[in-house]
Structures are given as structure tokens and as C-alpha cells.
Design a protein around this ligand. Structure first.
Ligand code: AQP
Length: 326
């Protein structure tokens, strides 16, 4: 089974990125044929600083390795190093109805967030994402809940293409984790945790322990006293229970029993500690990797070469099906 996934190099990865996506990638490495990507071409669809982009790409590659990706088990590369991603995106654009793109929640959200930056690249983001996935004849895409709609569209684009030009591309499925698929902001528990939201609501995977403890201590909860998993009535507590459960590897029911009759503050302290302990090995590994630039660049170079071998074969098939090549 081949899997493909990626993250935009738009800043430090957070707990949502880790629990929703990367943790699954690490768990899947031993059973699947995994390809992971730093999707820099997607990063330029929203405002960014060109002087910082190279550094952010490099740091995200380090983050992947620190989080547990093993370059001997997976292919790891930078999207813009394999030109076939953009080439296929252009061709897939010709079979993608505009109406489908207009429905995409992420396009609507990002257009509102950056009204001065609503560009055609942002509109076509899901077509590039479809190209990323279809280029590798991917079976499954491990992602958080917010990206499910884009994978659904990828499946539709795949069908449009195959119906028009004959069976060429493979229809992938989404892989969304049972727990952690949508980690919410600590300050606005009705919104997903995000790199570009309120920084106080977002916990970085490599954040210092004191800062993690502070953020969890001031996480928005409710006026009640009960530590119960109730997403509608107690979204803040439900979010903290999810985080604690994944970090401590204790089922939510066990945590509810353990903290029955205890205060929110005691529960928050324990949650912060569980999370700090959980993330400690990742933080250590990242510090070590930051000094190994040659090693990391070598992994990315080899990864791009392996990806390109697969990608160029798919492009030959696509171009031949479309009559662009013999
Ligand atoms: N809050 C989340 N909970 C669970 N999974 C999440 N993902 C993102 N946020 C959460 C998953 O992480 C992967 C990378 O997503 P992305 O590249 O779309 O991330 P992003 O756009 O960088 O997400 P952000 O943090 O919201 O950044 P900005 O603010 O720049 O848009 C995906 O699998 C996603 O589902």
C-alpha cells in the first residue's frame, strides 16, 4: 500500500499537525510504502516571506525527522524539487469543474483570512494537492479532518480524468485518525488549532515546557466543574481530554474517572505534564538534527530523485492518455 501526505512550510508545526497527521505517518512507516513531502508550492498561495521560505522548508524537514520519520523507511522530499507536481496540476485543472473548487471550505476560509491575497493559486490549491497524490498512484492519504474535503475532490478529479481519457490514475482514500483528527485551539475551542490562528491557542510540537504549561493553564474551558467528554457543552474540556489521552495513552473514560471531583486546574496541570513528557524525546532529537545540515539535505536530494522516478512514469502515462505524447 502506498501512502502520500505533506504539510505546508508555513511555520512551526503544532500539536494538531502532529496528532492529526504526522503521528499516523510514523505509525504507518513499517507497513506501507510511504512518501512524505514538504509542500512548498502550497505555501506560496498565502502571504509569506521569500527570504524566510528556504529556512522554513529545511526546518520542516527536520521536524519530520525529529517526529520519527525514518529516511530508510520512507521517501522524504520537497515538492518544488519534483517539477511533475506542477505539470500534472495543470493537466488535472483541465478536467476539474470550477464549481467544485468554489465549494472548498479552505478556499473560503483563507480568502476571508487574507482578503488582499485571493489569488488563482489559492483557488487551484486542491488541484495541486490532487496532483501531489495522484502522481504517486497513492492508495491512502493520512490527514487530519480538515483536509478530508480535498481528498474527496482528488477522488472526483481522478474519476473525471479516467472517464475522459481511460483508466490511468488510481483513486485514493483518506485516512483520518479515530482520535486527534481535529485538535481545537486552546483559546477558541470551536476553531481548529492552526499555525496562523491566535498563538496562545496553539501548542508547537517543539515548544519549551514552561510555555506549554502556561498555555494549557490559560486554556478556555467553561464555568462548570465536571471533567467530562462533551464536545457540544464542554468543547474546551473535551479538547484537553483528547490531548491528555493521546499523550498519556490513557482512555478518555479512565481520565474522567481519575479526575472526577478534582478541579480544572489540577486536570490542566496533569494534562500539561503528560504532554511535556510525551513531546520531550522529539524536542531532544530536533536539537541534535539542527546541527546536521548536510545529512538532512542529502536525505531530501535522494528523496527527490526517488520520487521523480515514480512521478515521471505517471506523467508519461498521463500525457500519452491525453494525446500529448505518443
Ligand atoms: N488542528 C488540527 N487537528 C488535526 N489535524 C490538523 N492538521 C492541521 N491542523 C490540524 C493536519 O495537519 C496536516 C498539515 O496540514 P496543512 O499543511 O494544511 O497545515 P496547515 O495549512 O499548515 O494547517 P494550519 O496549521 O491550519 O496552518 P495554516 O494556518 O497556515 O493554514 C494536514 O493533514 C491537516 O489535516
Amino acid at each position: 500500500m502506498r501512502i502520500f501526505s505533506g504539510i505546508r512550510p508555513t511555520g512551526d508545526i503544532h500539536l494538531g499537525n502532529y496528532l492529526g497527521a504526522i503521528k499516523q505517518w510514523v505509525d504507518l512507516q513499517n507497513q506501507a510504502e510511504p512518501i512524505f513531502c514538504v509542500v512548498d508550492m502550497h505555501a506560496v498561495t498565502t502571504p509569506y516571506d521569500p527570504k524566510k521560505l528556504q529556512g522554513q522548508v529545511f526546518e520542516l524537514a527536520i521536524d519530520y525527522l525529529a517526529a520519527g520519520l525514518d529516511p530508510d523507511k520512507c521517501i522524504l522530499f520537497v515538492q518544488s524539487h519534483v517539477k511533475e507536481h506542477c505539470e500534472l496540476a495543470w493537466l488535472l485543472g483541465t478536467v476539474t469543474p470550477m464549481g467544485e473548487l468554489k465549494r472548498m471550505t479552505q478556499f473560503k476560509d483563507k480568502s476571508k483570512q487574507h482578503p488582499e491575497y485571493v489569488n488563482a493559486g489559492l483557488f487551484n490549491y486542491p488541484v495541486l494537492m490532487a496532483a501531489d497524490i495522484l502522481l504517486y498512484k497513492t492508495d491512502a492519504v493520512p490527514i487530519g479532518k480538515d483536509q478530508e474535503q480535498h481528498v474527496e475532490l482528488t477522488r472526483a478529479i481522478c474519476r473525471y480524468f479516467n472517464n475522459q481519457f481511460g483508466p490511468t490514475l488510481k483513486e485514493p482514500k483518506s485516512m483520518v485518525p479515530e482520535a486527534g483528527a481535529k485538535i481545537m485551539s486552546l483559546t477558541e475551542p470551536d476553531k481548529k488549532m492552526s499555525k496562523t490562528g491566535n498563538p496562545k491557542g496553539c501548542i508547537g510540537v517543539f515548544e519549551e515546557p514552561e510555555s506549554i504549561a502556561k498555555k494549557i493553564a490559560s486554556a478556555v474551558t467553561d464555568t462548570g466543574r465536571e471533567i467530562k467528554f462533551d464536545v457540544k457543552r464542554k468543547p474546551g474540556i473535551a479538547n484537553l481530554l483528547t490531548i491528555n489521552s493521546l499523550a498519556s495513552q490513557k482512555p478518555i473514560e479512565q481520565l474522567e474517572a481519575e479526575f472526577s471531583g478534582k478541579s480544572y486546574s489540577e486536570f490542566k496541570k496533569a494534562t500539561a505534564q503528560a504532554l511535556i513528557d510525551y513531546l520531550e524525546p522529539l524536542r531532544k532529537k530536533r536539537k541534535e538534527l539542527l546541527t546536521r545540515e548536510v545529512y538532512v539535505n542529502d536525505i531530501l536530494r535522494k528523496g527527490a530523485s526517488k520520487s521523480q522516478t515514480i512521478a515521471s512514469q505517471t506523467m508519461r502515462e498521463v500525457k500519452s492518455a491525453m494525446g500529448l505524447e505518443k
